[in-house]
Design a protein around this ligand. Structure first.
Ligand SMILES: [Ca+2]
Length: 325
């Protein structure tokens, strides 16, 4: 058995395969943009602790604490401050941040002793660096802290709100058992204009020259697609990957609507190019590049081998020897 693919595919089949590749490329590029457009005033976090601890969690590194809900507030009972500022930490996940957006973060806080704490919105992993944060002094009188800040780093779909309640730099001794109370934690998108500009840029930067990455046989019809209208009438060439030599030149069509994806696309035909080897398409003005693809008599063999190997490796109860694994 070869691959089950007819010896001579119909043109419509070739077209739909290329369209699927294009649709996948478009879907991937669109996934860069926020699913819902962020708007000024969007509330990302609004925790009022009406009855429970609002999914707050505890992390300890040598400290000891416990959380509960007391009179509609998050009540952190601290029995030991440990040795580090993050020896006791309470945290909350489940929101996202967009690069370039301005946020207002606020919360009410008090403690039955005078002490310092650290608030942070931080990266959840790696070096856990803070996107925004500060050491603040708190005491028995409840105070509302409010900070406006701009997300300077790359968008983070899963950051963390954290409060460090361990041994702070200004503490000479552990204050002993005490409580910290937190309430009305709010994170609001104050100004989305910076973030919107950026996601528009990302969308513009996303088109690439799409080809059938499975490969082509020399006699197949071959088409390159570029999403959008910017590349209407642009020149393109087929480049041999190994030598860097341009071997074929063509011109993209004016933009037309692709029925499979509903997007405007420019098409370039290079069916007449029938050399075997590994190639890519280069488009000039705008400069775009396709992924690498092969032209040879058996472009599906590698795909077929990979599929069979995957099925082999997925068998259970059979040892995978070195030859296939
Ligand atoms: Ca409350």
């Amino acid at each position: 058995m070869r691959t089950g693919i007819p010896e001579r595919r119909q043109p419509v089949r070739k077209y739909s395969l290329a369209s699927m590749v294009l649709s996948a490329a478009i879907a991937m590029s669109l996934s860069l943009a926020p699913v819902l457009a962020a708007e000024d005033g969007d509330v990302l976090v609004d925790l009022t602790f009406d009855k429970d601890t609002e999914n707050f969690m505890i992390y300890t590194e040598g400290g000891t604490c416990d959380i509960s809900n007391t009179e509609g507030r998050l009540d952190i009972k601290i029995t030991s401050c440990g040795q580090l500022d993050y020896a006791n930490q309470v945290y909350y996940d489940g929101f996202g941040l967009e690069k370039g957006a301005v946020y207002t973060y606020s919360f009410d806080v008090s403690s039955d002793v005078e002490r310092q704490i650290e608030y942070r919105i931080q990266l959840n992993g790696g070096d856990y660096r803070a996107y925004v944060g500060d050491f603040i002094d708190i005491g028995p009188d409840e105070e509302r802290f409010i900070v406006d800040w701009t997300m300077e780093e790359e968008s983070d779909p899963a950051p963390r709100i954290a409060f460090n309640l361990g041994l702070m730099p200004d503490m000479e001794a552990d204050p002993g058992e005490h409580h910290v109370y937190i309430d009305n934690i709010s994170l609001v998108l104050k100004d989305a204009s910076g973030a919107e500009e950026e996601s528009a840029e990302e969308e513009e930067a996303s088109p690439e020259a799409a080809v059938n990455q499975t490969g082509y046989r020399p006699d197949d019809g071959k088409t390159v697609f570029v999403q959008g209208e910017d590349a209407s009438g642009a020149e393109f060439s087929i480049v041999d990957v190994e030598s860097g030599t341009e071997l074929f030149e063509g011109v993209l069509s004016e933009a037309v609507r692709d029925e499979a994806s509903g997007e405007m696309v420019c098409r370039g035909d290079f069916s007449d190019f029938d050399m075997e080897g590994e190639f890519k398409v280069l488009v000039r003005d705008p400069e775009l590049e396709s992924p690498l693809f092969r032209i040879d008599e058996h472009p599906y063999d590698e795909l077929y081998r990979a599929l069979i190997r995957m099925l082999c490796l997925q068998r259970c109860g059979t040892e995978s020897d070195e030859e296939i694994a």
